[in-house]
Write a protein that binds this ligand. Sequence first.
Ligand code: MG
Ligand code: MG
Length: 258
Amino acid sequence: MIEILNPTELTRARESGALVGGILRTLRDRAVAGTNLLDIDRWTREMIAAAGAQSCYVDYAPSFGRGPFGHYICTAVNDAVLHGMPHDYRLADGDLLTLDLAVSLDGIAADSAISFVVGGDRAADAGSRALIEVTERALAAGIAAAGPGARIGDLSHAIGTVLGGAGYPVNTEFGGHGIGSTMHQDPHVANTGRPGRGYRLRPGLLLALEPWVMADTDELVTDADGWTLRSATGCRTAHSEHTVAITDDGAEILTLPR
Ligand code: MG
Ligand code: MG
């Protein structure tokens, strides 16, 4: 099912998006050397509760996971990239951390992910900076391609051109998605594809666009926790995601902090 939001729902989506963006910004500021991933999970739970919102993750139990996720945020370090389950690990300067958060407020979900290096630019190696930069640039390209009348393939092509153009292999097992009253909906937005193909975008559609990349492989392996996906080669990874609303003029990014 593809959901089209009415103006009232879109107003609520802006609030959900700002909440997700605000929580991620706070967590980014707090994630320093010595911070435990379980502290990040606890802070996320507290901020979701304080906003009167609901986690999209804690009870989430899709076919590809092993039972309910049981946590409030995905924390993926270095070679981990998707669905990273928070565990007892203290961050160190130079770690490449991805935080991925989806929250529902007043019945509308928003989903966003950021990657950054703990300790900031002075602690970041060139390879990590390049991975993060390419996912951010691919996300911007996907958003720039989005608007009424554009097709899903146009967005996939824009994202894939940036990732592939930088020399990275593109995995098509996981990508972007429709979002609205639930976190994951049609249409799927692959991170590479052919322009002019697929569903034609309409105002009121919400999409979560999420380019992610691994430095030297397109193959994933799953941790013993049944959730955390890592690069098969142990190489570093990055992931950038925003929820956007298709408007009459283009695409509005909803998951920015206010
Ligand atoms: Mg996400
Ligand atoms: Mg998503």
